[in-house]
Design a binder for this molecule. Structure first.
Ligand code: PSU
Ligand code: MN
Length: 308
């Protein structure tokens, strides 16, 4: 279906129907499918995540670039295509969108790119696993994910399980503070570190009630403030990993990345795959569970927001 807001935006039938009925929507990214998890677990996870969103009363809109269109809502076969093609699909952040559209290539959207497309479709909530941030050694390499700038300018709340310690968590939070991005801990005062609930770092606000959080965001946008918010939802205790085991895998992955001189957009997918391999799949299990947990919260927030 064509869209009046952008000639390049295409809604799936389910999303078009949800917009017509003014149902709450939750955006989902596709880089996590193509570059964040191996096939076929990536496809199974993406489909389950959509089901979890539906159970909350919201409608899922997985976002990707296909055939020169910004797709908001994917069919099962489109999700399968992105999952099967995996690393062959172009990873698209903000800078890439127009070029991948022009070339009519299949593109998987990062957090930044997913936020841009979600905002075009007026979707305010977006669930994922982890966001990009300031890389370790980032003060020297200047490797700072475009996700952080996007949070500063685009009005979408991103629900994540915090940031993986492949990144420099402290500098990531400093960067967000500088750019005015609020970090809200859902029912926690501590910023979670993706696989574990602890980081030793604090969030800006602890909020435990989705309705209260939805209202605060509503106020942010109602008073004309630009930008989004980072909602940090800790991994459920029973699925969290042992800190020593994950730290060890991350250190080894970082060392190999340095030896192989992997940089730029390739480094995040490289580290994710390496960590998964080194933990023999146990990090993947945790990763899947925390995404489910985030999808549920995002659905609840979208529903609460729609009731304001
Ligand atoms: N971190 C994760 N899982 C992911 C990503 C990051 O734990 O799948 C993906 C997201 O799509 C994120 C992107 O937006 O990597 C960040 O890439 P970069 O650092 O190149 O901006
Ligand atoms: Mn980077």
């Amino acid at each position: 279906m064509k869209n009046k807001r952008s000639p390049y935006l295409s809604y799936s039938p389910e999303v078009a129907d949800a917009i017509a009925k003014k149902l709450p929507l939750v955006a989902l990214e596709s880089t996590i499918i193509a570059h964040g998890m191996p096939y076929p677990k990536n496809v199974e996870t993406a489909l389950s995540v959509e089901q979890i969103v539906r159970k909350t009363g919201a409608i899922p809109a997985t976002i990707a670039l296909i055939d020169g269109r910004l797709k908001v809502g994917l069919t099962e076969s489109e999700i399968d295509l992105i999952g099967r093609e995996g690393q062959k699909v172009t990873k698209c952040s903000r800078r890439d969108l127009p070029f991948i559209l022009q070339q009519k290539k299949t593109g998987a959207t990062t957090v930044a790119a997913t936020m841009i497309v979600a905002a075009m479709a007026e979707i305010r909530f977006f669930a994922t696993g982890g966001i990009g941030g300031v890389h370790r050694g980032g003060a020297d390499s200047m490797d700072v994910s475009a996700d952080l700038q996007e949070l500063a300018q685009t009005p979408v709340a991103v629900i994540s399980a915090g940031v993986k310690s492949i990144l420099d968590l402290e500098r990531t939070l400093e960067y967000l503070e500088t750019h005015g991005v609020p970090v809200i801990g859902f029912d926690t005062e501590e910023f979670p570190a993706f696989y574990t609930r602890q980081s030793g770092l604090s969030v800006d606000y602890k909020i435990s009630d989705p309705a209260q959080l939805a209202e605060a965001l509503h106020i942010k946008w109602a008073i004309g403030m630009k930008g989004g918010a980072l909602i940090a939802n800790p991994i459920p205790e029973i699925h969290s990993m042992e800190k020593a085991a994950i730290d060890q895998a991350i250190e080894a992955a970082l060392q190999e990345a340095a030896e192989k001189n992997i940089r730029g957009k390739a480094i995040t997918p490289f580290l994710l795959a390496k960590v998964e391999q080194l933990t023999k799949g146990s990090s993947l299990k945790s990763n899947i569970q925390l995404v489910y947990n985030n999808a549920r919260l995002a659905g609840e927030l979208a529903v609460a927001y729609s009731q304001l």
